[in-house]
Design a protein around this ligand. Structure first.
Ligand SMILES: C[S@@+](CC[C@H](N)C(=O)[O-])C[C@H]1O[C@@H](n2cnc3c(N)ncnc32)[C@H](O)[C@@H]1O
Length: 262
């Protein structure tokens, strides 16, 4: 198995397949992951489907109230057992491709977060923290029978054990102010039409803190390419996968704009 980052490609000797870096590939996440060699990635930053879309759960898209199932499409509503198996497989694959000491950040629905931290620990990751996005302009409670939902969580774990000298591998402590694990964000501040676009500044901060310029960052569920855009702006290499061609177009637009601005 060999790796050739300088030439812009990865190759696994086992199957002889090449994967180009600095691109969002139209590919299933697990197909893409299978092409990456062991211990070849410095940071995984990903936002997989939360599996919370349903006919009865509403959201607002460009001023219109609609079900999350209609707004987000079929990618966010899998059978519960299939979803659980998918996340376990994702965590295990990310562990395999990360270098020792590499960081793994994964957003997930609040109700699942604790379970997913346990899956990560079972693989050999060490729990470090959780980051919260606090929405300063949350959606109203439509039925007025529950609290308004105003935060999302992202788990942060590191490959290897806490007792190992030098753990975690990369942690660039920027400042006390910037390293608080809560990020305030107005829900309306989006740059694309992707229904679940993540805050760019927060993603950029994670990339800066947990990787170094020239490092390779992986996002197997790129969506509108927020992770890729953050990498372009901070001088990291990236590789990512996404199945929806409309979202890939959005990602490519952001990557191109970032490269032009650099
Ligand atoms: C939560 S969204 C990611 C949003 C992204 N963080 C952003 O800022 O735009 C998850 C994405 O995963 C994609 N997706 C779902 N299943 C996939 C799969 N098996 N392989 C690759 N992408 C997939 C969906 O199309 C969706 O765009």
């Amino acid at each position: 198995m060999w790796i050739n980052i300088a030439a812009g490609s990865h190759r696994t000797g086992a199957r002889g397949r090449v994967i180009e870096l600095d691109r969002v590939h139209r590919m299933d996440a697990f197909e893409g992951l299978s092409r990456l060699p062991d211990e070849s990635v410095d940071l995984v930053l990903t936002d997989p489907p939360y599996n919370i879309a349903s006919a009865g759960r509403t959201t607002i898209v460009r001023g219109q109230i609609m079900s999350t199932q209609k707004a987000w499409g079929s990618w966010d509503s899998l059978d519960a057992a299939a979803y659980d198996a998918m996340i376990q497989r994702l965590v295990a694959e990310c562990y395999r491709v990360l270098k020792p000491g590499g960081s793994f950040y994964m957003f997930s629905a609040r109700e699942q977060n604790g379970v997913f931290i346990r899956y990560a620990e079972q693989c050999g990751f060490s729990y470090r923290n959780q980051l919260a996005i606090v929405k300063t302009t949350p959606l109203p409670s439509m039925a007025k029978k529950n609290w308004r939902s105003a935060f999302e969580l992202c788990l942060y774990v590191v490959k290897g054990t806490d007792s190992r000298p030098g753990m975690p591998g990369t942690f660039n402590f920027v400042s006390q102010k910037e390293l608080v694990n809560v990020y305030y964000h107005p829900s309306c501040a989006k740059v694309t039409r992707h229904p679940t676009e993540k805050p760019f500044e927060m993603m950029k901060r994670i990339v800066r803190v947990s990787s170094n310029p020239g490092d390779l960052v992986l996002d197997p569920f790129m969506g509108s390419g927020t992770t890729a855009a953050a990498c372009v702006e901070t001088g990291r290499r990236f590789v990512g996968f996404e199945t929806n061609p409309e979202y890939i177009k959005m990602a490519n637009g952001r990557i191109l704009a970032g490269r032009k601005a650099a």
